[in-house]
Design a protein around this ligand. Structure first.
Ligand code: FES
Length: 123
């Protein structure tokens, strides 16, 4: 279930020649569920044993999804109560909105990395 989101306090550093960015420790993500990635306007989410990275702005009307909740594999928007499937980004039925943008994720040891340059509609 959801707890209050936190901000990552370390800067997002992109290693030379790489689009992969280290964003937070896995243990921190497991404890907080939703982590805001400073400077990138992205979220990293702990979802039922998996790590998901997505845009922070809701694709419907740009609400801050960092204030939302994660329930049963879905990210609930705090503004209109629509939700997004964290596997493919699709919004719940009946909402006129493109899917939530997801990003590739890797877990290297205890560190979570995001490929922030590449955009994809789902996983
Ligand atoms: S702003 Fe998120 S569902 Fe409307």
């Amino acid at each position: 279930m959801c707890v209050r989101p936190i901000s990552v306090d370390e800067p997002a550093v992109r290693p030379e020649g790489s689009g992969w960015i280290p964003v937070c420790d896995l243990s921190r993500l497991k404890a907080e569920t939703i982590v805001r990635v400073a400077g990138l306007n992205l979220l990293v989410i702990w979802n039922e044993g998996d790590v998901v990275a997505c845009d922070r702005a809701c694709p419907h009307e740009q609400a801050d999804l960092g204030l939302g909740q994660v329930v049963a594999g879905r990210l609930l928007c705090p503004r209109h109560a629509a939700s997004f499937d964290l596997c493919d980004g699709q919004i719940s039925a009946g909402w006129p909105s493109p899917p939530l943008q997801l990003y590739p994720v890797q877990v290297r040891g205890e560190r979570v990395w995001i490929e922030a340059q590449e955009r994809r509609p789902g996983r």
